[in-house]
Write a protein that binds this ligand. Structure first.
Ligand SMILES: [Zn+2]
Length: 324
């Protein structure tokens, strides 16, 4: 099996580059590595940097590849290091060439703009080469996220399996995404085509913490174990929090963003979440929670200057706890 110029070799980690698009003067590529077990088994598509600045992804893949025991592995992990090479090179969550959020334009279009063509290429390539997909995210530079896993369980076998894998990641926040705004995400489209897929996210605020690295690396091992690619138990948590039907709160005024809650906090209707303070020091907007019960999926980086219309909170409606 080949992915770009990387060839699978049993018991080895091999390297290469895969073509994902074109510059005016040649191919646009991403580094790819293939970790192959000594034994045959399922194939996981593991990818990072569909949002350019979210570098906990490639760092966690590197850590995974340095610590995994290939003699214990049954199957294959294909590691696509840069799902959006232009976003990575431009330190940009959006594709610099066309301004689109790549993870909102799936299934893509082979005759569309650059991001649509890239989405089409990524979806077809990942479906052709793998049995499941894990897409790593880490907030980037503008926002800070809590530690969650995200998947599309619409009740189909692929959706149910997506949730099973998500619960093996060790993430304490388990978000079944049926929201229309994520219908253009890679994971949702991969699952709609009949195979399990999920996101794990932790980090942001333009820095990488040891906890973020632990969480994403642990998620890779957890998914490999749940798929039978690696032996061993998956992480067991005392309690998980369920979520869905997320909303995005956008500012109506500009100023400096002063949050009063942190990523992962429980919040309730009417709660004072943040202030926007203008340059005279006056509060020009109080941001309050519109949902009855929710948890903070992500916040804009504290003290960041913002425009009216910028997203300041992602709130995920609380769907319960396990155990209750
Ligand atoms: Zn992301």
């Amino acid at each position: 099996m080949m992915v770009g110029t990387a060839r699978r070799e049993p018991g080895k980690i091999t390297r290469g580059h895969v073509e994902l698009g074109s510059y005016p003067d040649g191919p646009l590529t991403s580094p790819v590595m293939i970790a192959a077990g000594a034994k045959e088994g399922p194939t996981l598509w593991l990818q990072a940097c569909i949002h350019g600045p979210e570098v906990v992804g490639p760092l966690s893949i590197q850590r995974f590849l340095k610590t995994v025991d290939l003699s214990q592995m049954s199957g294959t992990v294909i590691c696509l290091m840069l799902a959006n090479p232009l976003g990575f090179r431009g330190y940009n969550r959006l594709t610099p060439q066309d301004g689109f959020n790549l993870n909102r334009v799936f299934p893509g279009d082979p005759g569309g703009h650059h991001s649509q063509q890239l989405a089409h290429r990524l979806l077809e390539l990942s479906l052709e080469k793998s049995d499941a997909m894990l897409d790593l995210h880490s907030g980037g530079d503008l926002t800070i996220t809590c530690h969650f896993t995200l998947f599309h369980n619409d009740g189909t076998p692929a959706g149910i399996e997506s949730e099973r894998l998500a619960r093996a990641t060790g993430a304490p926040n388990v978000w079944n995404s049926l929201e229309p705004f994520l219908s253009g995400a890679h994971f949702a489209n991969y699952t709609k085509r009949g195979k399990p897929s999920l996101i794990v996210e932790s980090g942001g605020g333009a820095r990488v913490t040891p906890e973020d690295l632990e969480r994403l690396t642990g998620a890779i091992f957890g998914v490999c174990r749940a798929m039978g690619i690696l032996p061993g138990e998956t992480p067991k948590l005392d309690r998980i929090r369920l979520g869905g039907d997320a909303v995005h709160l956008k500012s109506r005024r500009g100023g400096l963003f002063i949050p009063h809650v942190a990523p992962g906090d429980d919040v309730s209707e009417g709660q004072h979440l943040a202030d926007l303070v203008d340059l005279f020091g006056d509060v020009v907007e109080e941001v309050r929670c519109p949902l009855k019960r929710a948890w903070v999926g992500s916040i804009r980086r504290p003290h960041m200057p913002i425009y009216n219309g910028d997203q300041v909170f992602e709130l995920v409606e609380t769907k319960g706890y396990e155990p209750a």
